[in-house]
Design a protein around this ligand. Sequence first.
Ligand code: SAM
Length: 241
Amino acid sequence: MSAPVAANASLTPLPGHLYVVATPIGNMADLTERALALLGSVDLVACEDTRTTGSMLTRLGLRRELVAYHDHNETEAAERLADELAAGKSIAVVSDAGTPALSDPGFRIVRACRRRALPVVPVPGPCAITTALCAAGLPTNGFFFAGFLPPKSAARINFLTKYQDFDYTLALYESCHRIDKFAREIVDTLGPDRVVCIAKELTKLHETFWVGTASEVNDRLAQASRKGEFVVLIAPASFTL
Ligand code: SAM
């Protein structure tokens, strides 16, 4: 049985409230009932890419006013949207996929609202990092989510060196263009026996978890297609499978 629901957590948007809405990372069935209800009834949807969100809403049979809110206009758009909230509009912020504000636009509008004491309501749901962690079998008692590492090898190797003795799992996003390079950097910097997981295409048709020593996972990755989206998890040095 679910707990009683506060007014700001109901399926109906309240005036002046910002809803931070998670959307699927691949499988549309992962959209929550609350996300669906709110996306269909807020005054405005602020989105990273109006075409991506527009086509998601169309597939869901919804039509809403969309406003661009992305890396290039985030600071200015956050203040403008906060003005709209202060004037009484309800707004949902979404990214292309997953949870806004995690390696995605979202932080600035949330901060603008908090600074003005405007209500912010999380609408939780899919997130690539927690999806990978919960099924990888690497330690979950604590983890450090570091987002995307910088593209340059030297910066990634610095990061790995700095955290080589970290007590908790390291959790990272990596692009398909650098995943093979990063897998080799892990072997070279942390050693072939470090336990890692590379999770690919989570919740999608070709969902794959490679879990093993860094050298095993590197070999398996080398034999597979590197197309798709990847999460990288690195266990603490003391962990064995
Ligand atoms: N905010 C999003 C979230 O909550 O999942 C993450 C956005 S970030 C721009 C996109 C990165 O997340 C991808 O490059 C990849 O590293 C990871 N990612 C997103 N969807 C994924 C999926 N279905 N499978 C594996 N990794 C995924």
